[in-house]
Design a protein around this ligand. Structure first.
Ligand SMILES: *[C@@H]1O[C@H](CO)[C@@H](O)[C@H](O)[C@H]1NC(C)=O
Ligand SMILES: *[C@@H]1O[C@H](CO)[C@@H](O)[C@H](O)[C@H]1NC(C)=O
Ligand SMILES: *[C@@H]1O[C@H](CO)[C@@H](O)[C@H](O)[C@H]1NC(C)=O
Ligand SMILES: *[C@@H]1O[C@H](CO)[C@@H](O)[C@H](O)[C@H]1NC(C)=O
Ligand SMILES: *[C@@H]1O[C@H](CO)[C@@H](O)[C@H](O)[C@H]1NC(C)=O
Ligand SMILES: *[C@@H]1O[C@H](CO)[C@@H](O)[C@H](O)[C@H]1NC(C)=O
Ligand SMILES: *[C@@H]1O[C@H](CO)[C@@H](O)[C@H](O)[C@H]1NC(C)=O
Ligand SMILES: *[C@@H]1O[C@H](CO)[C@@H](O)[C@H](O)[C@H]1NC(C)=O
Length: 613
């Protein structure tokens, strides 16, 4: 056991140099944008029920962070809630700044009640919409907000017609249940009787929801004829992908995950948790009122069907434009089960070719190939016999290559940086491929039965994969049909991924590699692996640190569909991770010593996994 202490003055200097280097290359002076986030609890009443929720600065959604490309961002988080909190800056690349990525027990000890921590990061080289959220199971349903990064040369330099207004458009879900209790149950229970009570647009439930006949407030977008609106759409929901339509109007999708895309016109936007979609909407219909409907999609039978309600807001032409006196027009929505629409929508995205935004070249040489199956499984509770028929002996988990993630008990990044604890013997290496080849997308594996039971047994370990600095990694994510047919929105921290191809059914290397788009694939931080389908991506592991890689459905994440990617330092100072911030939170252990039991590698569920953070 080796002791380690938190940073020295040198660390501060290194961090300062990093920030000035990253801003020096920019044409105009970049600013430091500063916010204070007070995390607090408050009661909110919806559907005639008062619910205690955890929020930032008393609002849901939380404050929007508006910045210009190249700015530095400083956020003072003051935790006045009874929960351990971290905030993740979703999609911010955090180059050489993994310490500020905000993942409990991966990049940091959480900010404990009555403590505070200041996150510092830069938004260089990214333009568009990202978001922030608590990386604390389920609490993020009310702890999130938008990050808007505008071009340094101003709105007239957008690679699309300058919009007259820009509107954050946050799709979420509202839970009348106590989310801390839901989080515990996602980890411990095999019973899924918890569901969101409603869907929301910008925190409003809308008039499809009422109690005692009084409709909930809805989001209203007032428009003027002929004007153009940029909707910055974010899916912050815990539970579902959404179909979004506006009656009588079309969207022109111009960006996703803070990367510009070739403009794509469609009347349907499909957005999974973790994704952002920037879309222009022109008010070019007859003046009147038009519903904007966000409908959760749902894998069809034989998947378990759960209540997943739609929400609606309204696009309303200004009164000066003599609105028609008819009732609001409603869009014709796809069938809730028509999940192939998500596959079509995402397949239609490609990167924008533009003089100010040269296409990022897709690396041709690949150093590592991974094939990762995503699915559910059954793990054994500690010390029990794992009698399949006994609920108490087993636990439902989610897996990658047939292993479910075990929450570490001390932060992996510090262990990696100080070379203590986390070494290759203590973590479980994410294998290159799944242990068994079977018909991954056979729908007859969805209902529990003998065929499914032969595949469901799995185990729990802290899954990690090491990458040499600068490695080019190709990954194929394959959804599987064990007990469910869900899609999987896979989010990689600290890197964007080129989405080379996607398909339905099983990936077939011989046939499908030939279909890769190596010219203008979209760059995403969250890729949607279609229901009973696959996605192929490439990324360059050039950001040293320990990065979370996980499904953004909260139940999949809580149940273990997670791994960490450990990107080693490069050969020089500017390719290595600097020391942690001076005021970095500690886990409250005496002297910050790393305990002997730093990592548990286990074939069983342990108490730490059950308790979580
Ligand atoms: C929420 O409401 C409960 C019951 O009405 C009350 O006891 C509690 O103090 C309230 N909490 C907050 C943070 O307002
Ligand atoms: C943050 O914590 C420090 C040390 O615990 C304390 O001195 C300071 O007052 C706190 N700041 C806020 C805004 O609560
Ligand atoms: C209230 O909601 C119910 C079902 O959720 C619906 O049948 C009813 O029409 C709604 N009432 C009003 C006044 O909107
Ligand atoms: C693009 O979208 C259209 C309309 O939804 C669909 O017909 C088409 O198949 C999609 N393209 C791809 C490559 O999936
Ligand atoms: C997998 O199962 C599906 C559905 O039963 C079937 O259509 C397909 O042919 C199977 N694929 C293979 C490779 O066996
Ligand atoms: C996972 O591994 C276990 C053995 O450890 C095996 O029984 C099971 O069939 C495997 N499942 C899959 C989907 O590979
Ligand atoms: C690191 O510095 C070297 C020499 O100054 C430079 O050539 C290289 O591009 C830098 N690398 C990165 C990733 O910034
Ligand atoms: C909060 O985090 C600390 C440090 O990791 C841990 O000791 C404590 O049990 C956590 N508290 C809760 C309520 O999870």
């Amino acid at each position: 056991m080796k002791g380690w202490s938190l940073p020295t003055a040198a660390a501060v200097v290194a961090a300062t140099i990093f920030f000035s280097l990253s801003t020096m290359a920019l044409p105009a002076a970049s600013a430091i944008v500063e916010h204070t986030f007070v995390v607090n609890q408050m009661n909110m009443t919806h559907l005639c029920k008062e619910t205690l929720v955890t929020v930032v600065n008393g609002q849901v959604p939380g404050p929007t962070i508006e910045v210009t490309e190249g700015d530095s961002v400083t956020i003072h988080v003051v935790n006045k809630s009874p929960h351990n909190i971290t905030i993740h800056w979703h999609g911010v690349k955090q180059r050489r700044n993994c310490w500020n990525d905000g993942v409990p027990m991966v990049t940091q000890c959480p900010i404990q009640p009555d403590q505070n921590f200041t996150y510092r990061f830069s938004v260089a080289g990214q333009e568009g919409t990202l978001w922030w959220h608590a990386h604390v199971s389920c609490l993020r349903a009310t702890l999130h907000g938008a990050i808007i990064i505008r071009p340094r040369l101003g709105a007239s330099s957008y690679p699309f017609p300058k919009p007259d207004r820009e509107i954050p458009f946050i799709i979420g879900d509202w839970w009348a249940m106590d989310l801390a209790a839901v989080a515990r149950r996602m980890k411990q229970d095999n019973f899924f009787d918890y569901f969101p009570s409603a869907s929301t647009i910008n925190g409003k439930l809308g008039d499809l929801f009422n109690c005692s006949g009084v409709a909930e407030d809805g989001f209203v977008l007032d428009v003027e004829p002929g004007k153009t609106y940029l909707l910055r759409i974010i899916n912050t929901a815990l539970f579902s992908e959404y179909f979004l339509k506006i009656a009588g109007h079309k969207f022109t999708v111009v960006a996703s995950d803070a990367n510009y895309v070739r403009p794509y016109t469609t009347d349907l936007v499909v957005i999974a948790p973790g994704e952002t979609i920037d879309a222009l909407v022109v008010a070019d219909a007859a003046p009147g009122k038009y519903y904007m409907v966000a409908m959760p999609n749902q894998a069809p039978l034989p998947d378990t069907q759960t209540p997943e309600p739609s929400t609606r807001g309204m696009m309303q032409y200004s009164s000066s434009s003599r609105p028609g006196n008819g009732a609001p027009v409603a869009p014709v929505m796809p069938d809730q089960h028509d999940v192939v629409q998500s596959f079509y929508f995402h397949s239609n995205l490609s990167s924008l070719r533009h003089p100010r935004h040269p296409l990022a070249p897709v690396p041709k040489r690949v150093d590592e190939h991974l094939f990762i199956t995503l699915g559910l499984g059954i793990a054994c509770r500690r010390g029990l016999n794992c009698d399949r028929e006994d609920e108490k002996e087993n636990i439902l988990v989610a897996t990658m290559n047939n292993i479910s993630f075990l929450q570490p008990t001390a932060p992996l990044l510090a262990a990696h940086y100080y070379h203590v604890g986390a070494n290759k013997d203590e973590l479980q290496e994410l294998p290159d491929k799944p242990p068994k080849v079977f018909n991954f997308t056979d729908p007859s594996l969805i209902p529990i039965g003998p065929k499914e039971k032969a595949l469901e047994r799995t185990y729990v370990a802290t899954l990690a994969r090491w990458f040499r600095y600068g490695s080019v990694v190709e990954m194929v994510f394959q959804s599987t049909s064990i007990m469910q047919g869900d899609s999987n929105p896979m989010h990689l921290h600290g890197h964007d991924m080129f989405v080379l191809a996607q398909g339905l059914g099983n990936f077939d290397a011989a046939k499908d590699r030939a279909r890769y788009n190596l010219v203008d694939p979209p760059l995403k931080n969250t890729v949607v692996v279609p229901n009973l389908g696959w996605v192929a991506i490439r990324f360059v592991a050039d950001n040293p640190g320990v990065w979370y890689m996980h499904c953004h459905f909260e139940f999949h994440l809580s149940m273990g569909m997670t791994a960490v990617f450990i990107v080693e330092d490069g050969p020089t100072v500017n390719t290595s991770l600097p020391a942690p911030p001076v005021d970095f939170p500690s886990c409250g252990r005496k002297d910050n010593l790393v305990p002997d039991e730093f990592y548990l590698q286990t074939q069983e569920i342990t108490a730490s996994r059950i308790d979580g953070v």
